[in-house]
Design a protein around this ligand. Sequence first.
Ligand SMILES: Nc1ncnc2c1ncn2[C@@H]1O[C@H](COP(=O)(O)OP(=O)(O)O)[C@@H](O)[C@H]1O
Ligand SMILES: [Mg+2]
Length: 354
Amino acid sequence: MKNKDLHNFDTLDYRELIPRNGFIFKFRKKDNRFVHTFVEGSFITDAITPSSTVVGHTLEDFLPQKQALEKLTYYERAWNGESVTYEGQIDDVQYVASLNPMMRDGQVMEVIGTAIDISDQKRSETKIQELEKLSVVSELAAGIAHEIRNPLTSLFGFTQVIKEHVKDDSIQDYLDIMRNELDRIDDIVNKFMFIAQPDKTMNISECSINSIIASVIKSLESQVAIKGIKLNFHNQTMITAECDQSLIAKVLKNLIQNALEATNENSGDIEVSLKDINQQHYLIQITDKGSGMTKERLKRLFEPFYTTKEKGTGLGLMIDRRIIELHQGIIDFKSEVGKGTEVNITLPKVLKPK
Ligand SMILES: Nc1ncnc2c1ncn2[C@@H]1O[C@H](COP(=O)(O)OP(=O)(O)O)[C@@H](O)[C@H]1O
Ligand SMILES: [Mg+2]
């Protein structure tokens, strides 16, 4: 927008100036306070504050103290004739705002502000950062995993040899602990190896998704029994699709295990369902009535090493998402604290050649 147009702002149709996912506002300094004289745009009413709380009011009237103070400095600079741009966040909405002073005879008469919702762009920025983090992790993983593999094999072997020769029960207990801890290291090393070379390990064939789910559920039977809950599989449709059977099983196992770990005896059953979405796609849904998650936790879910469990690795969901993406699908979480979590995985039945 040219400055010349700004002079005639009052005669323009405001609506033409309002960004699609933003809002426009004006303020003036009156009795040493910045009072808003105008605001319009769907974004403000939907996401931030109704316009009635803005017009005729100062920032302190409708924003938390800290945010109001922060913006006050930008307002002051604009009032002194400077064009100011800043980024802000209210709840989940991130926006960029610019303040443009309207001069008349060398004096600022009013400041026009424009704000645009940039939450989507911010989300893709975060995704790029995550990917960068992932590639650093992958390189590290590849290096470390190979180094650990060989000594680990010797440790496994010798622990077994000692176990066969030692009669003392208390020593046997220690050896069992050692075996468990070695299993844990082996698990992490395997995950690292997978992160480093996921593409090469893909082995695609036409599979019955029903059978994959059924066998994962079977492998978790004892863990489910301990919890005293049920794991119900709603097995109405038969679906065959192209996939790497063991990788999809790995994903489902981790997701159901996560659901189990979030659930206690009184919370309720875990439901797994398989549905046709259309000719090309199907949906696997895993629902638990466990602890659920806060918004903050949901945001960090796929970060490597993000875990809230003492014995967790925090690599599970990162790998799950990677596998689902390699299968050209989408994984999505919905969760509410105290109510539970729903995971939706949408996958194509036939994979597009790369
Ligand atoms: N169904 C669920 N209910 C509640 N929290 C979950 C659920 N699934 C995942 N989480 C949270 O996400 C974190 C990361 O999961 P994951 O990547 O599988 O690693 P890990 O299971 O090793 O902690 C978990 O530690 C947990 O806090
Ligand atoms: Mg897990």
